[in-house]
Design a protein around this ligand. Structure first.
Ligand code: FES
Ligand SMILES: [Fe+2]
Length: 405
């Protein structure tokens, strides 16, 4: 059994398994520093989608904490992640959040870089200086079913196990052939872990999300939900949708892989998708043949959950700002051929998860206020919070010495 890092030994020893985390995990600057180093600078982050880089020269910026990454497609179709830090005196090179360009020119002294990051031109640079060593530093990227992931790790974890286990499940949804219908950032005045915990349990759904709970039975006890899921199986098979259950989060995660999980569950009868009335919202995704009345929970890393309905996907991004502030970004994906106004109505598409996220923001912020109190003590999780406990256990593994590079 690996020993915890000494600086956090006392704090870790207070943790009672099956209980929420102690106050300092949510309020202490050193813990947040640990989270930055051991979670955010090691995990993969969903930065965007290949549909945003349709043409050579297309680029967008991915920004998190102190870092800014230029993600672009070059003339050969290759996708690059480049640290947005000039190799001259460190200015940001690219200022516009997205666009199309032949090369990136630093606004300070006009050093210019090619799309692959190599230095194209540096005015008055003495000829004896090796220009091949002055390219923008590469940042690891990986395209997973059309989604572009970024990692700041020296030795990023491998997607091999995810491709092996998830490719057959995800391919029918054709996520690479989707496009962004809308994206929205919701600032939340709370530590990032409270956002992730909240996403990972539906104990709060019946009270906080009456609209969501009319269509999604995830707030029900497992024995009430099991027969609905069994009844969905035949419909899913007929539609070409897999119903495998995969849990590779925390202690179940293969060595040197990101966390991942997949689960498909039935919506209530009469609901084809996560809409207000139960009716369809957009054209069917990928190659699936109809509505099975289900939704898939997918995790590609613990920070990037996704909900895949038959006709759209809702992607979550948990974004740290500082120890007391975070943001949730939601990205709504539809079939790449779907036309707004003709094939889908944007307000109907956004309705459920916009409303649900605004409600979550309120309860998470109230959760943080209570956690800040001198009267806070961590209470026990109930069975319906098993995935929140799974997250807490997985997070605590980041404190083990053998996890440190
Ligand atoms: S800092 Fe970029 S050219 Fe000088
Ligand atoms: Fe919620």
């Amino acid at each position: 059994m690996a020993e915890p890092k000494p600086a956090f030994q006392d704090l870790l020893s207070t943790h009672q398994s099956g209980h929420a985390l102690a106050q300092s995990f949510y309020t202490n600057s050193d813990v947040f520093g640990h989270d930055v180093d051991e979670v955010f600078y090691k995990d993969w982050h969903l930065a965007g989608h290949i549909s945003e880089l349709a043409l050579p020269g297309d680029y967008f910026l991915f920004e998190m904490l102190q870092e800014s990454v230029i993600i672009n497609r070059d003339d050969l179709g290759q996708i690059h992640g480049l640290a947005n830090v000039c190799r001259h005196r460190g200015s940001r090179v690219c200022i516009e959040p997205r666009g199309n360009t032949k090369r990136f020119t630093c606004p300070y002294h006009a050093w210019a870089y090619n799309l692959d990051g190599s230095l194209f031109n540096a005015r008055h640079l003495p000829p004896e200086i090796d220009r091949t060593k002055l390219g923008l530093r590469p940042i690891a990227t990986h395209v997973f079913h059309g989604f572009i992931f970024v990692s700041f790790a020296q030795d990023p974890t491998s997607f091999a196990a995810l491709h092996r286990d998830l490719d057959p499940i995800l391919t029918p949804f054709g996520l690479a052939r989707t496009k962004i219908a809308h994206r929205m950032v919701y600032p939340v005045k709370a530590n990032w872990k409270l956002l992730v915990e909240n996403y990972n349990e539906c104990y709060h759904c019946a009270t906080a999300h009456p609209e969501f709970s009319r269509s999604h039975p995830t707030h029900m006890a497992p024995d009430r939900v099991a027969p609905m899921n069994e009844a969905m199986q035949a419909r899913s098979t007929a539609c070409g949708i897999r119903t495998d259950y995969i849990d590779a989060i925390g202690s179940a995660r293969p060595d040197h892989a990101p966390d991942y999980a997949y689960n498909r569950y039935s919506l209530y009868a009469g609901y084809k998708t996560g809409s207000q009335t139960g009716s369809a919202l957009a054209p069917l995704l990928g190659d699936i043949k109809g509505y099975d009345g289900g939704a898939s929970d997918l995790y590609v890393g613990i920070l990037n959950p996704m909900l895949i309905y038959c006709d759209h996907a809702v992607v979550y991004r948990f974004i740290p700002i500082d120890k007391d502030h975070s943001a949730q970004e939601i990205i709504w994906m539809v079939h790449e051929d779907a036309q707004v106004g003709r094939d889908y109505d944007l307000d109907r598409l956004l309705w459920l998860w916009d409303l649900t996220t605004i409600a979550d923001k309120k309860i998470i912020e109230k959760n943080q206020e209570g956690v800040n109190s001198r009267y806070y003590t961590p209470g026990p999780f109930v069975d319906m919070e098993a995935y929140a406990k799974r997250f807490v256990d997985s997070y605590l593994m980041s404190f083990k010495l053998d996890e440190i590079d």
